[in-house]
Design a protein around this ligand. Structure first.
Ligand SMILES: Cc1cc2nc3c(=O)[nH]c(=O)nc-3n(C[C@H](O)[C@H](O)[C@H](O)COP(=O)(O)OP(=O)(O)OC[C@H]3O[C@@H](n4cnc5c(N)ncnc54)[C@H](O)[C@@H]3O)c2cc1C
Length: 411
């Protein structure tokens, strides 16, 4: 009798965990192991900038699954197990303690880490990626009177909103001309900027930082190129992430701002796959391979890649989505936004809206909405269809998006 397939997964984030569950669904017999360098069971990272900061909920209370679920699924979790080497010739990996494990299929789900501000003393600035970061930040935020957030992307603005909820004064410094330029169209970003202003957050765009140091009474001081100086007792930076590529590079796997994979999740090296935030993949509705940094994508992609590593052969084609929660509003998006796309606004009487972003051929490429989950669900299908859509229908709040999808299908 053939021995069970050995599937090893590096990374215990959402992609790694769902790769394990996908692999189990495809192969009931496989031996499946997940190696996580973190010191706790896999948890919901998205809560770190939300409930974990405002409600004081411990990250350990935000687990993806209880321990028993891994046992039931016969997934062996190795926590505090950093993988330091991959040997594709011998098909084995090595942990930091020197233990080796052989594989038939290996999945790299190593995720990303925060981009660091150059030339800034790490003691002066908090970054937010892991539960350890959140545990360190939580009490400091509660005690703080004044916070400076560097970077007006989704995570920076979520931290700003959480801090306001705790009564902290907040300045957000954004080097670009506009907030949320990667995630949102101009209209949605303006609406979100309005939420922040109404709640007392001061947003400074075009704010180029030239120095960070100590001010009076041990406060922190940020010097801007404009000559302006801001003081705070806490600084949090959310200036993007970089993929964890060291293992892939060491193993001779092709990388380019992400571990390059094909539509099946395969890397350039036989029997090695990559999934989630670390992977750069082709999608049928995009001209170029892309590396995505969103929860739902990491979950979907992890699951698919896990199945493929366990012997299936299905191409990945899910339209990516994201969400963010700020001041009681749910911001959601689908597809890949590019500010050269043409926005079509669907505005509702209650103040909510969805922006559809169209390419030159009139096809929906992305959508971003506030408090309109059904529109975003429908938009995923419109994006996948890759067909021109009447912009009058998209703009009409009386025309449910699922009905547009139905019409498209029957056309
Ligand atoms: C604070 C915060 C809030 C967010 N909020 C949202 C949100 O509201 N909506 C949304 O769509 N997205 C959100 N995201 C993004 C989302 O969390 C990520 O897209 C998702 O976590 C990516 O999952 P992943 O498994 O690919 O990578 P990761 O979550 O980065 O997991 C990778 C894991 O691999 C481990 N690892 C790396 N190298 C090794 C090694 N050599 N050995 C062992 N382990 C290793 C890492 O320590 C990590 O635990 C948020 C992210 C953060 C940080």
């Amino acid at each position: 009798m053939a021995s069970a397939r050995r599937i090893l997964i590096v990374g215990g984030g959402i992609a790694g965990v769902h790769a394990a569950l996908g692999a189990r669904a495809a192969d009931p017999e496989a031996e499946i192991r997940v190696f996580s360098e973190e010191d706790c069971l896999p948890y919901d990272r998205t809560a770190l900038s939300k409930d974990v900061l405002t409600a004081g909920i411990a990250p350990s209370e935000q687990l993806l699954f209880p321990q028993v679920h891994y046992e039931e699924q016969r997934v062996q979790l190795h926590c505090r197990a950093r993988i330091v080497a991959v040997d594709p010739a011998q098909k084995r990996i090595t942990t930091q303690t020197g233990a080796t494990h052989g594989y038939d299929a290996l999945i790299l789900a190593t995720g990303t880490r925060p981009r660091q501000l150059p030339g800034v003393d790490a003691q002066d600035v908090f970054y937010l990626r892991t539960h350890t970061d959140a545990i360190a930040l939580q009490p400091r935020l509660k005690q703080a009177r004044r916070l400076i957030v560097i970077g007006a992307g989704l995570i920076g603005l979520e931290v700003a909103a959480a801090a306001r909820a705790l009564g902290v004064e907040v300045d957000v410094l954004e080097a670009g001309d506009a907030i949320l330029s990667r995630a949102c169209d101009v209209h949605t970003a303006t609406v979100i900027g309005g939420f922040h202003q109404r709640e007392g957050v001061k947003i400074h765009t075009g704010a180029r930082i030239v120095g960070i140091g100590r001010g009076a009474a041990d406060s922190l001081r940020v010097q801007l190129a404009s000559g302006e100086r801001l003081e705070a007792d806490l600084i949090v930076a959310g200036v993007g992430v970089v993929p964890n590529l060291a293992l892939a590079e060491q193993a001779g796997i092709a990388v380019d701002d992400g571990i390059l994979v094909d539509e099946f999740g395969r890397t350039s090296v036989a029997d090695v796959y990559a999934a989630g935030d670390a992977a750069k993949l082709p999608l049928p509705f995009l001209a170029q391979p892309v590396r995505l940094e969103t929860w739902r994508h990491a979950q979907d992609h992890g699951h698919f890649v896990g199945r493929n590593a366990a012997g299936e052969h299905a191409p990945f084609d899910a339209v990516p989505t994201f969400w963010s929660d700020q001041f009681g509003h749910r911001i959601q998006g689908a597809g890949l936004l590019d500010r050269s796309q043409t926005p079509i606004l669907r505005a509702y009487e209650d103040g909510s809206h969805t922006s559809f972003l169209l390419d030159d051929a009139g096809r929906v490429r992305a959508a971003v909405g506030i408090d309109r989950p059904q529109d975003i669900n429908g938009a995923r299908r419109l994006i996948a269809a890759q067909l021109p859509i009447d912009s009058g229908l998209l703009a009409d709040p009386g025309m449910p998006v699922p009905r547009i999808v139905k019409q498209l299908k029957s056309a």
